[in-house]
Design a protein around this ligand. Sequence first.
Ligand SMILES: Nc1ncnc2c1ncn2[C@@H]1O[C@H](COP(=O)(O)O)[C@@H](OP(=O)(O)O)[C@H]1O
Ligand SMILES: [Mg+2]
Length: 569
Amino acid sequence: MGIRLSPLGVAVFFLLGLGVLYHLYSGFLAGRFSLFGLGGEPAGGAAEVAVDGGTVDLREMLAVAVLAAERGGDEVRRVRESNVLHEKSKGKTREGAEDKMTSGDVLSNRKMFYLLKTAFPNVQDVNSQGGLGNLEYTGAGVSLTLGSSPVAAYVYKTHKSSYTVYIEEKAVGTGLCLVAIASITLTSCPVPITHQCLLPNALLLWEQTRNALHLASTFVISRPCSILCLPPPVWQSYTDRYTELNASTASMINTEEHVDASDKEVIVWNRKIPEDILKEIAAPKEVPAESVTVWIDPLDATQEYTEDLRKYVTTMVCVAVNGKPVLGVIHKPFSEYTAWAMVDSGSNVKARSSYNEKTPKIIVSRSHAGMVKQVALQTFGNQTLIIPAGGAGYKVLALLDVPDMTQEKADLYIHVTYIKKWDICAGNAILKALGGHMTTLSGEEISYTGSDGIEGGLLASIRMNHQALMLSSEVGEHSSHEGSALVTQAQKYSGVPTILTFLVIVGGHPGTTWKVQAETIGIVLAATTYGGCVAPQCPKISAGYLKSQSAKPLTPSAPSHITLPKASL
Ligand SMILES: Nc1ncnc2c1ncn2[C@@H]1O[C@H](COP(=O)(O)O)[C@@H](OP(=O)(O)O)[C@H]1O
Ligand SMILES: [Mg+2]
């Protein structure tokens, strides 16, 4: 007697089996990937990680921030005094200035980042100018295929829930097949992340990334996740790439003569809160760890540092809670002076007793000025004294009562070009704690979460009517109820060149929609296609030629959506 199986039953049984296998398999993978995550971080999104992160005491954070700024400052001073700066260019700023980096930046960042990270491991959102914040979380090199061509890519976790893949510039054959894609933001891909630290490689990786991106550094290109969610077999090849990167870069850092091999980057906090902080801030102040974002600037005024203009140099740490700056530390390594303040708590620095609101002395950038002088003079009159100076930290201190002989004094700080949040957060927190203000030129508060930079310029003042500064002006016709004179001027004199050209070459299935986000203020993008790949080796990689034209200012952060025509893909 034979056993007869119902075909439907077999199918159901088979499907059930598949389901079980799928569960086991995905569980296995998830477990595996979580090994790579920092503190068991689920692969798909760090946003979930911090939920049970507990609390942190802001007074303790202030103590560690002061220590970090001072220890970082020691490195900055040591490197400068050795006269071996290993000066490198990270690329160009949007306005075309060299964006410099030195051993001072790298070594200071290493000290500062690890001190803060080890003291507060449950704070996930630590951003530092050296880029180590990103690298620390991921740094995975992956094999990725664009069209039919393999390219090297690095995955960084840029924010709590997004990952950025930087793709290496690559020449295929002799043809013009550059892959110079700025970044691809993955919001929900199951990207495994490693907490293996790529510190020794940071400088080179930073450079490689920057080099790869120099053509397209102002674009963020989002693409559908499915293209980048690599299946496990391909994904695993990241290890080879990682090892290769390690091997190729290890020697570089070791050759830095001033780095003592036994010098561990990790300095451990002894958990003592200094007396001066205890005196000003009597009680602890607990906040949820997941609400905290830390911004580290390991060396502000790098340009001036390379010119040996020491007085401008600072190291800075800032803590923001839910995006609001609450504590800031600005340390001057060459004067050994440190200013700190915590909003609604206390400070070791104060405002001056008077400021000249009518004809203010205005401190501005000396190396990223854009058209700030014209903006300031037209807004406040030709009699206005402009003081060009390096460093955002230095310029904030110029507004305060600082007992340092090398420190100039000013009434206002204005900046009109793009600037990064690690440059300004500490100053913003200190000004706020002392009753001052730092806003965009149009008076918007700056949120210290999310993106790294701000578009709308900067106006910092203390003991002045900040709102009036925005809306009143010596140049009557520029004031209007719609906005500030400063903004009008800044837009008119936007430091951005009129014509910028970027070459972005993309691969993908025909019809893929590319979202190109212009981040540069004052630019409207137009897309035309560029003839595609000239080399036969890369038939599926095509080119999008993006040309910006001078036009009406773009609303800051408003994305331009551009769909490249099918023919170009
Ligand atoms: N347009 C811009 N693009 C990028 N960074 C800018 C910038 N303008 C100013 N910065 C950065 O802001 C800091 C203060 O600038 P400035 O001295 O010109 O006022 C410097 O930081 P770093 O020295 O830390 O790089 C500088 O690089
Ligand atoms: Mg800086």
